[in-house]
Design a protein around this ligand. Structure first.
Ligand code: URA
Length: 410
């Protein structure tokens, strides 16, 4: 049966719910081995899946664990998910903005994957911040302060967790059907009524073309319809890093600066305002324009920042303890001109080499290292100007030429 299923998909044929259920649950139980699952995943990557197969796979992922019931919280619960990027700290900004406007945010996030950073790693750069809340703690905090940011519990879509780890090391991460089933199963299992997906496209993203992003968007909407969940998508650029900071502590600091109203321009600020406005509009059933006004007010009157402080305190974090390495190297421009592009993927790799992310599952992260962009796309650069500042430690591997080549000045 195992080989038959692999061969059927290899030949591009449709698998039934029964076949998918047998194979994927067999993997969870240990009957189907890593090499057999890798083979099926690669066949799926190459031959794709029909809509029926994708709905079935999403259901199998959801049913592998618990489904949270958030009906004890009044109001529409909107969850947001990003397909992964470089310098993407939007959750840290959006969640407190939205919660401060009376929309409950109960969000389960992940760790960094491949070259992309994860919200949970960023939160852990705040000393003491507990990212492993129990279901009871989640419910209590949601009722007390209306905001929870925690790691995915072991009981939520455990099959996705196991499959994702395998996809990560078998070149099968960027399959559109697999991404759709992975994300939608987690969002549905975590109890959201409405779901906002930020689909990243470009050099630093899983998807490289707008066409693929559009395909993923329509697939996720179809899955949402099937499960009676409203799904909205935003397709956003990931050719250049989001914001100026890459690296865990640095990203928390930049998120706080937006919440404090210190940063009011740039791609990160714009995307945060857009996503937060969309979430508030979906939750309250108001126009995007009205939601936008509320979002800007929440920053202006500091209620969003105060909500973030409440969140940090409730989860045991000490914001004053967020540290950035004191080992600093400044990278200067060798020529003058206009900064035309900053390569997100290349800088994500530099950041991994500095120790800000994991190359293997068991690697430890140094929260204090990373990159700060002193120049962003469109800036005029003079010879000798600082392009970026590198925060490193004694184990960091710093490739100055690679860093300089990440900036194209014309
Ligand atoms: N994020 C997920 O959670 N799953 C994917 O497959 C890709 C991005």
């Amino acid at each position: 049966m195992i080989l038959e299923i692999i061969n059927k998909k290899r030949l591009g044929k449709e698998l039934s719910f029964k076949e998918l259920d047998y194979f994927f649950n067999g993997y969870l139980d240990g009957e189907v081995k890593d090499y057999q699952m890798s083979s099926l995943l690669m066949a799926i990557c190459i031959n794709g899946m029909t809509d029926e197969e994708i709905y079935a796979l999403t259901k199998i992922f959801i049913d592998s664990g618990d489904v949270l019931d958030l009906s004890f919280m009044p109001g529409i619960k909107v969850d947001k998910h990003s397909t992964g990027g470089v310098g993407d700290k939007t959750t840290l900004v959006i969640a407190p903005i939205v919660a401060s406007l009376g929309v409950p945010v109960i969000k389960m996030s992940g760790r960094g994957l491949g070259h992309t950073g994860g919200t949970i790693d960023k939160l852990e750069s705040i000393p003491g911040f507990n990212i492993a809340l129990t279901d009871e703690e989640v419910m209590k905090q949601a009722q007390d302060i209306g905001i929870v940011l925690t790691g995915q519990t072991a009981t939520l879509a455990p099959m996705d967790k196991k499959i994702y780890a395998l996809r990560d090391v078998t070149g099968t991460v960027s399959s559109i059907p697999l991404i759709a089933a992975s994300i939608m199963s987690k969002k549905i299992a975590s109890g959201a009524d409405k779901i906002l997906i930020d689909i990243k496209v470009g050099k630093g993203a899983l998807l490289r073309t707008k066409k693929d992003a559009t395909k993923l968007s329509s697939l996720m909407k179809k899955i949402g319809k099937f499960y009676n969940r409203e799904v909205s998508t935003i397709i956003s650029d990931m050719n250049v890093p989001l914001g100026r900071n890459i690296g865990n502590s640095l990203e928390v600091i930049e998120a706080v600066d937006i919440l404090k109203g210190k940063i009011k321009n740039g791609n990160l600020y714009r995307l945060c305002i857009e996503l937060a406005s969309e979430m508030v509009s979906m939750a309250k059933g108001i126009s995007k324009w009205s939601a936008n006004v509320e979002v800007l007010d929440a920053i202006e009157n500091e209620s969003a920042y105060n909500k973030f402080l409440e969140l940090v305190e409730a989860q045991g974090g000490n914001l004053d303890g967020v540290e950035v390495s004191s080992n600093v190297k400044r990278i200067r421009a060798r020529k003058r001109g206009v900064l035309e592009s900053v390569d997100a993927l290349s800088l994500a790799e530099v950041s991994l080499d500095l120790g800000a992310g994991r190359k293997a599952k068991e690697d430890e992260i140094d929260y204090t290292v990373g990159i700060k962009l002193n120049k962003v796309v469109g800036d005029i650069v003079k010879r000798g100007d600082i392009l970026c500042t590198i925060y490193y430690n004694e184990k960091s591997n710093i490739d100055i030429n690679k860093i300089r080549d990440s900036f194209s000045i014309e």
